[in-house]
Design a protein around this ligand. Structure first.
Ligand code: GLP
Length: 242
């Protein structure tokens, strides 16, 4: 695992955005695996800035997002489709028909997940997967205890994740309790992975995930077994990492 320790959130975002832009420049027809959450916002802002300066071209890029709340439509301001449109896709020249997010409105979980797995295969797999890290070690919405061999599936969110994500909703009751997520197996099949972390509150889970044993209790720990992972964090989140 490569580790990049950045001074602060801004510099963490630039470092990670640099890796993503290198990917796009080296392979314009690449497939990016994208993530939501607060952490990647600075990366998306940076990518938009470089696009506006003419340094980046997304016209041939395909994106496949990690996850979506079950029951939310893409127009719902809390959906991950809405998040991606408003924080990235609406500001760059990506072809929206090639931006994929699980279909939150599909009530048939098996169908929603099967179709998403087919999309990933049809696109030829993910070249670069961007990940954030949940407070309990989740990646995508793979909560502690999930089997490592799963592809896209429906998950019941843990209380801690519902609480953590309540900051984006009016109150906790409004947070959907289920989500569709790419599984650990799908994530591990990405050719490159970049995981981003910032802030003191992530320091303990970063230590457990990357210095501790590989265990489904800390889903992100499986990344230790991937052969091309870059951990990009600010110095607060990486305070236990040499
Ligand atoms: C959500 C998302 C994850 C994300 C995590 C951390 O649960 N499903 O993909 O990594 O939150 O979010 P944040 O970056 O806001 O800490």
């Amino acid at each position: 695992m490569r580790i990049i320790k950045a001074e602060d959130y801004y510099s963490m975002s630039r470092m990670a955005a640099n890796i993503i832009s290198a990917q796009i420049i080296m392979k314009p027809k690449c497939v990016l695996g994208l993530a939501t959450g607060a952490t990647p916002l600075g990366i998306y802002a940076q990518l938009i800035e470089w696009y506006k300066k003419g340094d980046l071209d997304f016209s041939e890029v395909t994106s496949i997002n990690l996850d979506e709340y079950k029951g939310l439509s893409g127009d719902n301001t809390q959906s991950y489709r809405y998040f991606m449109n408003s924080n990235l896709f609406d500001h760059i020249n990506i072809n929206k028909d090639r931006t994929y997010v699980p279909n939150g409105l599909e009530q048939d979980s098996e169908k929603a997940c099967r179709e998403y797995n087919e999309i990933i295969i049809r696109c030829g797999g993910v070249d670069l997967q961007l990940l954030g890290l949940g407070n309990n070690g989740h990646i995508g919405f793979n909560e502690p205890g999930e089997a490592f061999e799963k592809e896209t599936h429906c998950v019941k969110l843990t209380d801690s994740t519902v609480k953590a994500n309540a900051r984006f909703f009016e109150n906790e009751d409004q947070v959907p309790k289920e989500a569709y997520t790419m599984g650990i197996k799908s994530i591990m099949q990405a050719r490159k992975i970049v995981i981003v972390v910032n802030g003191e509150e992530k320091a303990d889970i970063v230590k457990e995930a990357f210095l501790g044993p590989v265990t489904p209790k800390i889903p992100a720990s499986v990344l230790q077994l991937h052969n091309d992972v870059t951990l990009v964090g600010d110095k607060k989140a990486l305070k236990y990492i040499e």
